[in-house]
Design a protein around this ligand. Structure first.
Ligand SMILES: NC(=O)C1=CN([C@@H]2O[C@H](COP(=O)(O)OP(=O)(O)OC[C@H]3O[C@@H](n4cnc5c(N)ncnc54)[C@H](O)[C@@H]3O)[C@@H](O)[C@H]2O)C=CC1
Ligand SMILES: O=C(O)[C@@H]1CCC=N1
Length: 274
């Protein structure tokens, strides 16, 4: 029998994973999403054909996998309210929340549970997600495989053995779609300032990012070599790259990603106290 998966929270991240799961062949009838508000649930139910519910505990009671997909700030309250249902059913718990440690979540849910912490990203919606996963010691091989299948349905999966590395995953991929969206905004603005219609600049920039990522993934050459191949000596790219290097792009990226990982650690301190 197929695993029944319940998403606690039906927002951006849950919607992206559910959309990708259905796209890749998961049966909508095996998926439930919960939220206190029917306003959020109705479009998901109508668009994707999944089950929806406003009662978290009742949904947990019928689930093999429970994906925690609410904001970290309300996670404690949500977990404590469904603790009895979780302890009665003992499903595999998968948390996608940034920052919150596995041990804290397990404690809020009553303890002694198999729990996978996952740091996904929203391109899961189009099957091009990237997720880092960490399993606590109570997760068995079959549950690890189940978590892999769930997240591979929507993109790349990388397991880490050290939970602290999930903060690095957050910096490299969880938050990173936003870095590229910022880059698209900047390229569109600069392209328009150079005289292109803004929507033309936007399409050209996005297609170029897609092409560069596809090309780099398909190539055995490192990005530095692919970059050099675009840079004709004395040409246009060399001038642009020199400008980005002189402006400190590498340092800025490192600082931004450190800030991101630090914030994940801070959230664990702020919200993860038991
Ligand atoms: N948005 C992103 O790019 C990523 C988000 N995450 C994590 O995903 C989690 C959710 O983030 P988003 O989807 O962006 O937030 P969101 O605000 O879009 O969604 C949260 C959902 O929780 C629902 N909710 C509120 N109270 C609830 C309750 N008591 N029971 C059930 N549902 C309830 C809300 O109705 C909303 O649908 C967070 O923990 C975040 O750290 C992780 C990776 C990427
Ligand atoms: O910004 C956040 O806190 C969440 C986690 C990773 C992406 N969005």
């Amino acid at each position: 029998m197929a695993s029944k998966v319940t998403f606690i929270g039906a927002g951006n991240m849950a919607g992206a994973i559910i959309g990708g799961m259905i796209e890749s062949g998961f049966a909508p009838g095996d998926i439930t999403a919960t939220s206190p508000s029917d306003d959020v649930l109705t479009p998901l139910r109508e668009r994707l054909g999944i089950q929806t519910a406003t009662d978290n505990a009742a949904s947990v009671a019928k689930s093999d996998v429970v994906v925690l997909a609410v904001k970290p700030q309300i996670m404690r309250e949500v977990c404590e309210q469904m603790r009895d249902a979780v302890q009665a059913r003992r499903p595999l718990i998968v948390s996608v929340a940034a920052g919150l440690p596995a041990e804290t979540l397990e404690h809020w849910l009553g303890g002694d549970l198999p729990l996978v912490r996952c740091m996904p990203n929203t391109p899961a919606l189009v099957g091009a997600g990237a997720a880092g996963l960490y399993a606590n010691a109570k997760v068995d091989d079959a549950q690890r495989q189940l978590a892999t299948e769930l997240m591979e349905a929507v993109g790349l999966v990388e397991w880490v053995d050290d939970e602290a590395l999930l903060d690095a995953v957050t910096a490299v991929s969880g938050s990173a779609p936003a870095y590229f969206f910022l880059m698209f905004e900047a390229m569109e603005e600069a392209g328009a300032a150079l005289g292109l219609p803004a929507d033309t600049a936007r399409r050209l920039a996005m297609q170029t990012a897609l092409g560069a990522a596809k090309m780099a993934l398909a190539s055995d050459k490192p990005p530095a070599e692919l970059k050099r191949n675009v840079m004709s000596p004395g040409g246009t790219t060399e001038r642009a790259i020199q400008h980005l290097e002189d402006a400190g792009l590498r340092r800025t990226m490192a600082e931004a990603m450190n800030a991101c990982a630090d914030r994940a650690g801070e959230m664990a301190d702020e919200l993860g106290k038991r």
